[in-house]
Design a protein around this ligand. Structure first.
Ligand code: ADP
Ligand code: MG
Length: 248
């Protein structure tokens, strides 16, 4: 297993935001964690990238315990995080934004090769190489932050809600690109999304997280009818009366 999150509990305050959460990602897989707003998806990714330190449990990457390491050490080990919200530096141009991804590397010659490859993968970034990143559309900015993460030369990339605020056709385009990156480079991906439909379409395996606890794990091929996922996601069977007599 390339990445194993083993029974982590994470606190911001007295109440835990994650309780005994486990996630596994194998080399070359696309794994998606889905769940409603506030489920703990971002908390999971921030724990993996070393921004948050779990109170208990372990995170093992390529056989090495990484919880407790700082974010830079985790990034150097080969985990690249694309955080929620497409953070580009609007005062820098597209190329300068991309090159930030290379600052943790020392392999000059390889960096230039990878840089060319990223521009080939994202022709729109090549066209706008010298333009201010602030002028890019939302979809282009999402490509830019993925390109920047690729330039760290990661073994696994984690992405927090890549589809947030994008028009459906752009979401399709982003996921096509991610699928191509897996196919062409063997990139391993751990993606977090609110939409289970998107995860069922694009991932190999899926986890459903709700209220800080893992509810379901499975191959997307076995979950295509969506019923089990819906139940895990919402926490009750559709049509059954809820506390207070409200029927959903
Ligand atoms: N910085 C923070 N301080 C305190 N509580 C937080 C903080 N960030 C998130 N939380 C809480 O932790 C829980 C999980 O949040 P989060 O991981 O952001 O969920 P998701 O990404 O699935 O929407 C929520 O209850 C949220 O309110
Ligand atoms: Mg989030």
């Amino acid at each position: 297993m390339l990445l194993s999150v083993e029974n982590i509990t994470v606190h911001y305050s007295r109440l835990p935001a994650l309780r005994n959460v486990s996630v596994e990602v194998d080399e070359g897989e696309i794994v998606c964690i889905v769940g409603p707003n506030g489920a703990g998806k971002s908390t999971t990714l921030l724990s993996i990238s070393g921004v948050l330190n779990p109170t208990s449990g372990e995170i093992i990457f390529d056989g090495q315990k990484i919880n407790g390491m700082n974010p830079e050490t985790v990034a150097r080990a080969g985990i690249s995080q694309v955080p929620e919200g497409r953070h580009v530096f609007t005062t820098l141009n597209v190329e300068e934004n991309l090159r930030i991804g290379t600052t943790i590397r020392n392999d000059r010659a390889e960096i230039e090769k990878d840089f060319k490859r990223v521009l080939e993968t994202f022709p729109v970034l090549a066209e706008r190489r010298k333009q201010s990143a602030g002028k890019l559309s939302g979809g282009e900015q999402q490509m830019l932050v993925i390109g920047r993460a690729l330039l760290t030369n990661p073994r696994i990339m984690t992405i927090d809600e890549p589809s947030l605020g994008l028009a459906p056709n752009l979401v399709d385009r982003v996921y096509e690109t991610l699928t191509e990156l897996r196919r062409d480079r063997g990139l391993t991906l751990l993606i977090v999304e609110q939409s289970s439909e998107r995860a069922l379409k694009s991932a190999d395996r899926l986890y459903v997280l709700r209220s800080g606890e893992m509810q379901l794990e499975g191959n997307t091929a076995d979950l295509q009818d969506g019923e089990k996922v819906r139940q895990a996601y919402f926490g009750f069977e559709e049509g059954t009366p809820q506390e207070g007599g409200v029927t959903f």
